[in-house]
Ligand binder design. Sequence first.
Ligand code: HEM
Ligand SMILES: *[C@@H]1O[C@H](CO)[C@@H](O)[C@H](O)[C@H]1NC(C)=O
Ligand SMILES: *[C@@H]1O[C@H](CO)[C@@H](O)[C@H](O)[C@H]1NC(C)=O
Length: 395
Amino acid sequence: MFSKSLVVLAALATVLNAAATPAPAARPVTCAGGQKTTNEACCVLFPVLEDIQENLFGNDTCGDASHTALRVSFHDAIGFSMTNKSFGTGADGSIFLFGETELSYPANLGIADAFNLEAPFINAHPEISVADFIQFTAAVSLTKCPGVAQPTFMFGRVDAKSPAPIGTVPQPTDQIPIILARMADAGLSAEETVALIASHSIAGADDIDPDLMGLPFDSTPSTFDTQFFVETQLAGTVFPGSAGNAGEVMAPIKGELRLLSDQGFARDSATACFFQANVNNQQLMANNFKAAFAKMQSLGQNTAKMVDCSDVLPSVIPLPGAQAQAFFPSGTDQEDVEQACPTTAFPSLPVLPGPLETISNIVQDPATDGNCDDDGSGCVLSEFPKAAKRSASEL
Ligand code: HEM
Ligand SMILES: *[C@@H]1O[C@H](CO)[C@@H](O)[C@H](O)[C@H]1NC(C)=O
Ligand SMILES: *[C@@H]1O[C@H](CO)[C@@H](O)[C@H](O)[C@H]1NC(C)=O
C-alpha cells in the first residue's frame, strides 16, 4: 500500500513535470559577441545591453534616465493580484503595450517619460518581450547607482494580452494601510514594501509640484545610500515650492520633496521599525532591496519557465567607504528626529558640517520627452513597426 502510493506519486510528479515546459538547461557558452554566460538563452540579451548602455543610458550616472527606468518596472509589475485575475498578469509589459489605457491612470502620471525613453529601443529589439525589456532595463539602471547589491535578473516574461485595470498602483495620497493592503494583494509584505521603498533613495518627483521638476526625495538622489531613510524621519519644515500639492508634505531641507506616503511609511506602526532599520545600515538596505526587487520583477510570471541571466548584468559600483556613513544634513540634528519605532533608538549620526544646504534639482533627460503624453495620448507602441509586429504575433 505504502510503496504503491509512492509509485503513484512518482508517476504524478512525472506528469506534472512534463506539463510544465522546463526552462532550457544551463549550458555555459561563449556568445556570438564573445561574452560568456552560464546559459545560452541569455546570449540574446548582450546586444540589447550594449545598445541601452550606449544609447539609452549614455553617460547617465544614476540620474534621470536611471530613475525613470526603475520606476516603470514597479508600475508594470504591480498590475497583479493573488486573488483577482482581472488585475493583470504582473510584470507583463502592459504598461507600454496598452499605454494609451494604463498611462491615462492618475497613479501612472509621469510614466510617459519612461515610454518616450524606452519605446524606440523596444522597437529595435523585438527579440525579447516588452515585459523583459522593461525589467532588464530597470536591472541595468540599478548598476548605475553606487551602493546597490549586485542585482539578479530572471529572463523569459510573457507579454500581456490586456491592460491592467485602474487601481493597481499605489498613490502618494493613499493611507498606509491601503497601500500595504494593495501590496499584500500582489504578494508583497509590509517588510518587502519598505525594502522596495529604498528605491526612493535614487528618485525624485516631476509631477507633484506643478511648477518644479526633478525634486529629489533625499539629498543624494544619485547614490543608493541610506540618507532617504534618515531624512524622511526628520521633522518637515519647508516645501521646495508651493504648499498644498496633493501627496506632498514638508521636507527637512530646501529643495527636497517628501511624499505623504513616505512620511507615512516612516511613522506608521506597521512599517516604522522596518523603515528605521535601514538608517546607516547600507548592507541591510541593499540586500533587502535586492531580494524584494527580484520578487517584484517576476510578479505574475512563471519563474519555473524563466532563465537566470543575472550574469549578463554589468557589475555594480561600490559606495565609496566614506559615503556609507549616514549623516544629518547640515542644519539638522538628532533633535529633529520624529522617532516612531518604539523598540529601537534612532542611531546617533554625525551632522554634515557646513552651512544649511539647498538640494539641487535632478537634471532632466531630454530623451524622456516625446509623443507620449501624461494623459496617455500618443503612448502607442504599435506606432513602432517592429514592436507592433511582435506584439501582434503574440496576441
Ligand atoms: C508603494 C508605494 C509607492 C508610492 C506611493 C510611490 C510614489 C511615487 C511618486 C508619487 C513618485 C514621483 C513621481 C513624479 O511626480 O514624477 C515616485 C517616484 C519614483 N518611484 Fe515610487 N512609489 C512607491 C513605490 C515605489 C517602488 C516599489 C519603486 C521601485 C522599486 C519606486 C520607484 C520610484 C522611482 C525610481 C521614482 C523616481 C522616478 C523619476 O525620478 O523619474 N517607487 N514614486
Ligand atoms: C557621452 O559622453 C561622451 C563624451 O563626453 C560623448 O561623446 C557622448 O556623445 C555621450 N553619450 C551620450 C549618449 O550622450
Ligand atoms: C476584480 O477586478 C476587476 C477589475 O478591477 C473588478 O472589476 C472586479 O470587481 C474584481 N472582482 C472582485 C471579486 O473583486
